[in-house]
Each structure stands twice: as C-alpha cells, then as structure tokens.
Design a protein around this ligand. Sequence first.
Ligand SMILES: Cc1cc2nc3c(=O)[nH]c(=O)nc-3n(C[C@H](O)[C@H](O)[C@H](O)COP(=O)(O)O)c2cc1C
Length: 157
Amino acid sequence: MVDGDIFRRIMGNFVTGVTVMTLPEPHGMTANAVSSVSLDPPLVLVCVDHDTECYELLEGGTDAYCLNILAEDQRELGEYYADMLDLAEDPFESRPMTAAETGAPVFENAIGYLDCTVEAAHEAGDHTIYVGRVEAGELLDGEADPLLFFRGQWAEL
Ligand SMILES: Cc1cc2nc3c(=O)[nH]c(=O)nc-3n(C[C@H](O)[C@H](O)[C@H](O)COP(=O)(O)O)c2cc1C
C-alpha cells in the first residue's frame, strides 16, 4: 500500500478548484474533493471526512448541500471554512448571501453554485462520498478567475 505522505504529494499535483460546501443549518466546509458525475441526470459528488462536523450533520439527517465555487479573491472564505482562519464576523452574516432552493446558503460573490439533494452516500475509507442530484444552479460570474489549490497551497491561474 502506498505511503500516506507520498499519496498526498502525488495528489497535491492534481490541481483543483475550491468550493465551500454549505448545508442548510447553516454550516460551511471548504471542499476540493468534488467532481461532476453524470449529465443526465445531473449528479456531482463530494467526499467528506468522518472527522468533520459536516459529516456529523449529513449523517444526522441533513439531506442537501450546495457547492459554492470560489473566485480567486475569496481565499479568506476558503481558509475560514477549513478552520485555518478566524474572522471577526461570521461570513454568513457579513457577506452578501442568498438561500438556494434547498435552503443552503449561497455566496453571491462566488463564481457559481450547485444546489443538491443527497442522492446516495457511499462510505469510502475515512470519507463518505455524497452523490448530489443538482436541483438548481447558477453561474453568478462567468468572467471571474477561480481560486485553486495546488501542492498544498492556494494558487491562482
Ligand atoms: C483546499 C482545501 C480543501 C479541502 N477539501 C476537503 C474535502 O473535500 N473534504 C473534506 O472532508 N475536507 C476537506 N478539507 C478540510 C475541511 O475543510 C476542514 O476539515 C474543515 O475544518 C471541516 O469543517 P467542519 O468540521 O466545520 O465541518 C479541505 C481543506 C482545504 C484547505
């Protein structure tokens, strides 16, 4: 079996965008283990660590999530929802927000969002893969550059 550090270093070269996965509670968690799955029906997936509050909420009955795709000037949100940064004000209170159809928070300044109901949950090692059926979505700013994550660091295009 591959060593955990090597695994992380190899996968760190697979550059990703960054989302904040929001739950209706409300709750937010930075997530990049995200992928498109199916076009018809529209399905996505997100892998959630069993050590997170997000996982506890989803296992406790929360059946919807929204993936907010961050723009490069939203690194602060990426850090805050990864528990890497304290902010004086809760972004759900201080940032321009709306609610998606499922009730999950949407950051109005994100590049776009996908509002999902949980279609299936597959336990996979220390994570659970939550397949989401995309009920609604919006491209809020198709011109903005995305926030990236590469080799364990925030990056820009
Ligand atoms: C760039 C980045 C991407 C992340 N992606 C994921 C992810 O896809 N799944 C996950 O479970 N945690 C991911 N994390 C870690 C969570 O954001 C972190 O554990 C968070 O504090 C959990 O929040 P919660 O316990 O309040 O739900 C990521 C962190 C960073 C910095």
